[in-house]
Design a protein around this ligand. Structure first.
Ligand SMILES: *Cc1c(COP(=O)(O)O)cnc(C)c1O
Length: 363
């Protein structure tokens, strides 16, 4: 770890791979001999277009997808996708169906509900979102325009460990907090999106990976910037793209490739998560995990301590030990350690050691 940097367990914006930050720093003042930085050059210049198109092709390569899929870069965060999805695909006759597995899944549904075109296919709200609804729990209306799932529930710390079977209904996933963290059969999805600030880059762009045939015709009544077909036809360059964000996402994708791709990411992420879950499970109930075991996330590990006073103390002492951002979301309380691709094993090891020591001195 670089001097003066901490292990940052924030959920998003989150830790970035150090080599990526350093590379960006090195080439910032003079990007590829243009005499300008990446944020000063034209988005119509060959130097920028190369960055843009390389990021796209690396992402498709990592996901094992061919040219029947397209990568789009859209602003407005993952949250804008919630309404764009409903407006582009759902109607009263063919509503958008939703699995409610946490707060972002519920927010996505709410946007369709506002328009009167949303339907709930399953929900785990009753058990405080401790589990991801199983295939058996999903009651999918076959006339649905799509089934929307949130693949990793950032706040509750649960993650899908299967791909829902939807018959002829297109499958859409919000993968904001687990995009490119593990291999998945992405070809089973018609549309995947991710606000990149969790696992892939700085806040400011949302990555969409979708089947071209699924996004090629938006309803005539939709404004230009809310239409997926605008982004598809114009290579996400209809208006000025957030060039710096896309440049950083491209660097992260290249870094993942260099590290060994999604298989390697998954191996590392599993190993990191196992260390923290072991620290929870071996604590004799001092630490209580929020997620049910078979729904546990490899990205966000959520747990509580015996009381709120100890939780405050845990956050403060962790920070003193160079472990930042471990405070959980207010809706779950307790702790949340976000351990995305960029978090090194050593950081997680340090947190697990800290957890063991903290328990011993506070029981
Ligand atoms: C953070 C997050 C969002 C919201 O992303 P914004 O880019 O802030 O709109 C949506 N879904 C999931 C799963 C998230 O983790």
């Amino acid at each position: 770890m670089e001097a003066n940097r901490i292990y940052n367990f924030n959920p998003g914006p989150a830790m970035m791979p150090l080599p990526v930050l350093k590379e960006a720093q090195t080439e910032f003042l003079n990007f590829h001999n243009t005499g300008m930085s990446i944020i000063e050059i034209s988005h119509r210049s060959p130097a920028y277009e190369e960055v843009h198109n390389k990021a796209k092709s690396d992402i498709l390569e990592l996901m094992g997808l061919g040219d029947d899929y397209e990568v789009l870069f859209i602003q407005g965060g993952a949250s804008l996708q919630f309404t764009m999805l409903a407006q582009n695909f759902a109607t009263k006759e063919h509503p958008g169906s939703y699995v409610l597995s946490g707060s972002f899944a519920s927010k996505a549904y709410k946007e369709a509900e506002i328009l009167g075109i949303g339907k709930v296919a399953a929900s785990s709200k009753e058990d405080d979102f401790r589990h991801v609804p199983t295939q058996d729990e999903i009651k999918l209306d076959p006339s649905s325009a799509y089934l929307h799932v949130c693949y990793n529930n950032t706040i509750y710390g649960t993650e899908y460990h299967y791909v829902p079977e939807t018959g002829n209904v297109p499958l859409i996933a919000d993968m904001s907090s687990d995009m490119l963290s593990r291999p998945v059969d992405f070809s089973k999805f018609s549309f995947i999106y991710a606000g990149v600030q969790k696992n892939l880059g700085p806040a400011g762009v949302t990555l969409v990976v979708a089947k071209k045939s699924f996004i090629e015709h938006s309803p005539e009544s939709l404004p230009t910037m809310l239409r997926y077909d605008t982004f598809l036809k114009k290579n996400s360059l209809y208006n000025t793209p957030p060039a710096f964000c896309i440049y950083m996402v491209g660097k992260v994708a290249a870094w993942i490739k260099e590290q060994g791709g999604l298989t390697e990411m998954a191996a590392r992420n599993k190993k990191k998560a196992a260390l923290l879950y072991e620290a929870i499970d071996s604590s004799n109930g001092f630490y209580k995990g929020h997620a049910e075991k078979n729904s546990r996330s490899f990205m966000n590990v959520t747990f509580r301590l015996p009381n709120e006073e100890l939780e405050k103390k845990f956050v403060a002492e962790a920070a003193e030990n160079g472990l930042g951002g471990v405070k959980g979301h207010r809706s779950v309380g307790g702790m949340r350690a976000s351990i995305y691709n960029a978090m090194p094993y050593e950081g997680v090891e340090k947190l697990a050691d800290f957890m063991a020591k903290f328990r011993k001195s506070n029981i």
